[in-house]
Structure formats: structure tokens, C-alpha cells
Design a binder for this molecule. Structure first.
Ligand SMILES: [Zn+2]
Ligand SMILES: [Zn+2]
Length: 372
């Protein structure tokens, strides 16, 4: 094994892959998810065991704290499964032998990879690329992708060549993944301020995952755990609001635009169990943008909030029972969001009363005309 230093922002499995040049370390048993003694799934990139860290430290001479930081639970002590990007989460009800293992959905920033390549550095997977709390690269405010721009394959590998450092390449067409998405290049001039704003909200989520108190100018009277729980709950209630599909479409019509999905057409249907964690990068950007519009005061400064208020449409979509329940949950819902939701509830009730009156008066007029 060659001992290479991990990059400070690298994911554990990425570092191990770089240390084992002749094998695909991503498929190694030590890097596969497994159940712990209590029967819960654990992924080594998220929860590396203490024994694994100690063993790696003694084999490589690298400090255990430096290695621990490559695991998401050390980098983000408040992390929970809702904020990790999963490709597959096994059901608790399936038989233990026939279920596929828990697996991460790794995305990447083509600009970071292009910088690695141009700088003669080895390509590596950044820890944040395995997070559901991000649809943009925080360094480049650039949309993350999870498939090859040339052939659409989601399979990739670190390719070594005698001429240069390892590159992240598509496993099907073999092209380097540092190629930028042509759609994103075309959209960038117009979408840049939106991307920057959403990336700023994602940075606030990542800070909250480290336990840092959110900026009180943007998230007044909101704790780190409230910001995280509000984000998860907004996505979950929206994903479960299937009965009001029309209203939900109104919300997605506003956000599922090429600026966020990088393509025409709707993103995938959100999961009712873990909407953010199981979303594709396109759907993830739409969901995070909806949360930013409802929670982040900076969103109002972008000039994006034209038309009906997002919080009003969201509140009508999830229905008044679910809304009242959410407002009463003082642990999850901050006093600021409570006020916004109560105001939305009030406006929606007024709107419904007005449309009821309009309908009634229309019926009355028709009746009058008929009898005349
Ligand atoms: Zn980047
Ligand atoms: Zn390809």
C-alpha cells in the first residue's frame, strides 16, 4: 500500500481508493455498508468504526483525528440519514439475506475535477459530494451531477494512467468527468444569482450540521436543530401531499425549471420516506430551493419571490391539519416559521372564503339571469 495523505475535504472511501491503486477499493468489504450488532445499517463513509480508524492510523502513520474527519459523522456531528445522499436504503422488513446493501449516491462538481486535472493533482471525491444537504458545489456555486454528461451512465471509476495523476472517469464511455454539463454552461449567466443564493442556504444547513447557530439576521430565532428539522419536515410533508397533486405541481412548476433541473421536464417523484436523501441532484435542488424560499430571509433579496408566496402554496398543498400539527411542534418549528405559517394559514382561509363567496354570487347571478 502506498501511503498518500488524505485531502482535508476528502471522503474516506476516496482516500482508501487512492491508496490501493490496483483495486477498486469502493467495492472492498471494509467500505461496504453493513448492519451493526443492533441490526442498524452503518455506512463506513458516514460512520467509520473506531477500530477502522485506529487500524488505518497505525498502518499509515496519519493521525486518527485526521482520518476521522473523512467520515461524515465526525465532520458533521449532527448528521442524520435525512441529510446523507443515498442511492438505496434497504427496508427493515425485507429478509436480511436477500436485501441489497445501503449505498451512497455520490455526485460531483465538474469544475473541482477540472481544477484537479489542470493542477496535476489526483482527482478525489469531496466529502460534501455524499451529502443530501447540497445540490451545488460550495466552492464554485456550480450544480453537482451524478451521471456522465456524454453517455448518461452513473457508473464511474478512478482511472490511472502513466502520463498523469488519477482521473475520475465514466465506466462506460471512459471519458473524464471533469467535462462540464453543456446545459449548465448555457444556463449559468442567467441562473448564477439563483445558484449562489441556494448554495448559501446549503452552506447554512451544513453549518447547522456542525452544530453552529444559524445567522440570526437570516434565520431569526431559529436553532441549528430547528433549521435542519424544518428543512426535513418541509420536504417530507410536501412529498406526502399526494391528495393535492395539483397544488404540489404548482410549486414544482415554479421550481422544477431548467435552472435547477438542468433539463426540460419534471424531476423524479419525491420519496415519501426520505424525500431529500433519496432525491436525484435535480429534485434535490428543487426541494432545497423550496425550503430556502420559506426559511431564508436572503431569498427575498434575490428578486425571485414574484407571484404567490411559496409559503402560501406549500401550506395549502399539505393541508390545514398537517400544517396545524407542524406549527404546534415547538421542537421542530421555530417561532419565526410559526409566525410565517400562521399568516399563510390566515391568508389561505381568507382566499378560500373569497372564492366561496365568488362562487356563491356567480350561482346567484346565473339563477337571476335564468329566471329573467
Ligand atoms: Zn466545485
Ligand atoms: Zn460516459
Amino acid at each position: 500500500m502506498t501511503f498518500v495523505e488524505p485531502f482535508p475535504d476528502e471522503l474516506l472511501s476516496s482516500w482508501l481508493t487512492r491508496m490501493r491503486p490496483n483495486r477498486n477499493a469502493m467495492n472492498e468489504p471494509s467500505l461496504r455498508a453493513s448492519r451493526n450488532s443492533a441490526g442498524h445499517w452503518r455506512h463506513p463513509d458516514v460512520h467509520p468504526t473506531k477500530s477502522m480508524i485506529t487500524e488505518l492510523a497505525s498502518n499509515t502513520g496519519i493521525a486518527p483525528t485526521q482520518i476521522a474527519k473523512l467520515g461524515l459523522c465526525y465532520r458533521y456531528p449532527r448528521i442524520n440519514p435525512d441529510f446523507v445522499a443515498w442511492r438505496y436504503v434497504p427496508s427493515d422488513y425485507l429478509g436480511r439475506d436477500c436485501e441489497p446493501a445501503l449505498s451512497l449516491r455520490i455526485t460531483w462538481c465538474s469544475r473541482c475535477l477540472a481544477e484537479d486535472y489542470a493542477g496535476g493533482r489526483a482527482a478525489y471525491v469531496r466529502a460534501d459530494w455524499a451529502m443530501a444537504a447540497g445540490g451545488f458545489c460550495s466552492r464554485h456555486n456550480w450544480p453537482l451531477v451524478d451521471r456522465c454528461v456524454t453517455c448518461g451512465s452513473v457508473d464511474w471509476a478512478m482511472k490511472r494512467s502513466p502520463q498523469g495523476p488519477p482521473r475520475m472517469c465514466c465506466a462506460r464511455c471512459r471519458r473524464g468527468l471533469e467535462r462540464a454539463n453543456p446545459g449548465a454552461l448555457e444556463l449559468e449567466p442567467a441562473a448564477h444569482s439563483l445558484w449562489k443564493m441556494i448554495a448559501g442556504f446549503e452552506a447554512a444547513l451544513r453549518d447547522a450540521l456542525t452544530g453552529k447557530v444559524p445567522d440570526q439576521f437570516r434565520f431569526n430565532d431559529t436553532s441549528a436543530s430547528q433549521l435542519l428539522d424544518e428543512t426535513s419536515t418541509i420536504c417530507l410533508l410536501l412529498a406526502r401531499a399526494r391528495r393535492r397533486a395539483g397544488l404540489r405541481d404548482e410549486l414544482f412548476d415554479r421550481f422544477a425549471t431548467p435552472a435547477l433541473t438542468l433539463e426540460h421536464g419534471c424531476p423524479d417523484e419525491p420519496s415519501c420516506e426520505m424525500p431529500l436523501a433519496l432525491a436525484s441532484p435535480s429534485l434535490r435542488r428543487c426541494l432545497i430551493a423550496i425550503c430556502a424560499a420559506m426559511l431564508d430571509a436572503d431569498y427575498g433579496a434575490t428578486g425571485l419571490c414574484q407571484g404567490k408566496l411559496v409559503v402560501d402554496i406549500w401550506s395549502r398543498t399539505i393541508g390545514s391539519m398537517a400544517l396545524k400539527h407542524f406549527i404546534q411542534d415547538r421542537l421542530t418549528c421555530s417561532s419565526t416559521l410559526k409566525r410565517k405559517l400562521e399568516a399563510a394559514l390566515h391568508r389561505n382561509e381568507q382566499f378560500e372564503r373569497m372564492s366561496y363567496l365568488r362562487d356563491a354570487s356567480h350561482t346567484y347571478e346565473t339563477l337571476f339571469q335564468d329566471s329573467a
